[in-house]
Ligand binder design. Sequence first.
Ligand SMILES: *[C@@H]1O[C@H](CO)[C@@H](O)[C@H](O)[C@H]1NC(C)=O
Ligand SMILES: *[C@@H]1O[C@H](CO)[C@@H](O)[C@H](O)[C@H]1NC(C)=O
Ligand SMILES: *[C@@H]1O[C@H](CO)[C@@H](O)[C@H](O)[C@H]1NC(C)=O
Ligand SMILES: *[C@@H]1O[C@H](CO)[C@@H](O)[C@H](O)[C@H]1NC(C)=O
Ligand SMILES: *[C@@H]1O[C@H](CO)[C@@H](O)[C@H](O)[C@H]1NC(C)=O
Ligand SMILES: *[C@@H]1O[C@H](CO)[C@@H](O)[C@H](O)[C@H]1NC(C)=O
Length: 384
Amino acid sequence: MRGITLPLAVLATSWASVAQASSLSQYALQKVLDDASPIFGSYVKQSNSKTEWMKSYSDDTLLVHMNIPGTHDSATWNYTQATQDVMRGITDLNQVTLPVPEALRCQELPMIDMLNMGIRAFDLRYAFDPTNSTIIFYHSQGLLSETATLDDVLFGFYKWLDDHPSETLFLSMQYEGSTAKYASNDAALQLKLYNALTSPAARQYFVQTKDQLGTLGQARGKITLMRRFDLDQLSSSYTNSLPGLHFSPSLWTDNSPDIVLTYNTKENLTAYIEDYYEPLTPTGSNATENIQWKYNATTKNILKATTEYPNSLFWTWASSTNTDNAPPEWPRIMALGNGTLTPAGGVNQLLVPFLKQQKGKRVGIVMFDFFDQPSKLIETFLSL
Ligand SMILES: *[C@@H]1O[C@H](CO)[C@@H](O)[C@H](O)[C@H]1NC(C)=O
Ligand SMILES: *[C@@H]1O[C@H](CO)[C@@H](O)[C@H](O)[C@H]1NC(C)=O
Ligand SMILES: *[C@@H]1O[C@H](CO)[C@@H](O)[C@H](O)[C@H]1NC(C)=O
Ligand SMILES: *[C@@H]1O[C@H](CO)[C@@H](O)[C@H](O)[C@H]1NC(C)=O
Ligand SMILES: *[C@@H]1O[C@H](CO)[C@@H](O)[C@H](O)[C@H]1NC(C)=O
Ligand SMILES: *[C@@H]1O[C@H](CO)[C@@H](O)[C@H](O)[C@H]1NC(C)=O
């Protein structure tokens, strides 16, 4: 008898986030959160001014008027050489050639830390595992975890929202097509995705309006789906019953500094998007020039957000890379610079003084790489 009490006590304390694990549903949730952890990070509950910064905005605040810090390729935070090596047995089944991990890594802190530090918009790239049975996360050919499924990670967000009901989240989902030799955005994948996004839990935690952004009050405790995918292999009834905003890949101009995308044609609701992720600098350009070009595109869209179309959505991606250059500018170099070669730093350092000048203005949603550096970046953003 004594033998039973001890292991249970040990287990309960090692599952730190369940304060008093006592029911099967709590154990089940903890199991899902553990499964999610390679992508979501290990769940920790925190409560402070950063975890609940939206408390200081009134319920009638329009979401399009808010300044929302986000992360680009949010799930890549643990994509080191070690992770790439561990995943190789799986990625070999996909029959792909992997680039160096630096080419794919865009973050360094887990998504739970992002949430607790104030990030409210996330960018997830999904595809099937090599057996076409579960939806998991990739960045290009890089498999980020074999075990953390879309459902697992969604439960991480649901749990966090339960703990922080004043907050609202934006979740950008995009099909990643370069993951496997025979990767395909086929009907089976689309159906699985649809089911995950319309499960009873998803119906509860996703804002259920379609092609509309309402007020903060309507969205607190919930997620707005930013749908960067089509369900073109399924009948239109599936698309019609999915909530959120639709940014069809066919309308999202590749590598454009200036995308004007109407997501609701009936009401002419438009998003102004900068997604110039690979600056088209002349061959042989150095890191300083690439960073300057990206900074220019980023600040141009943000300045437009501060001065034009007050009721339109602005979505700026401060993230970038230059893979054509030799040596390449990987996302980290673009965001943070290349040491003494770039005395002013990378896009993130340059954005700090720029953002300070936008105090009191609407900048919209801005997606960062390596958002935690310099620490002044998120600090400045949250004090806009
Ligand atoms: C991060 O990656 C390393 C190496 O693959 C792994 O040992 C570690 O468990 C990962 N961290 C999480 C939270 O999954
Ligand atoms: C997975 O789906 C792709 C595309 O439909 C197909 O080519 C491939 O053979 C499938 N793989 C398995 C293991 O069934
Ligand atoms: C739609 O709205 C944009 C501003 O966001 C405006 O420039 C355009 O003229 C409008 N189009 C129509 C058809 O009303
Ligand atoms: C960036 O913008 C600044 C200010 O408008 C301009 O002087 C500079 O030439 C631009 N640089 C690039 C690389 O576009
Ligand atoms: C920084 O730039 C130098 C010179 O272009 C290059 O050799 C080096 O690889 C770069 N650093 C990184 C981390 O890429
Ligand atoms: C980068 O290129 C610019 C423009 O050609 C040049 O002025 C600058 O000196 C170069 N920086 C380095 C570190 O090579």
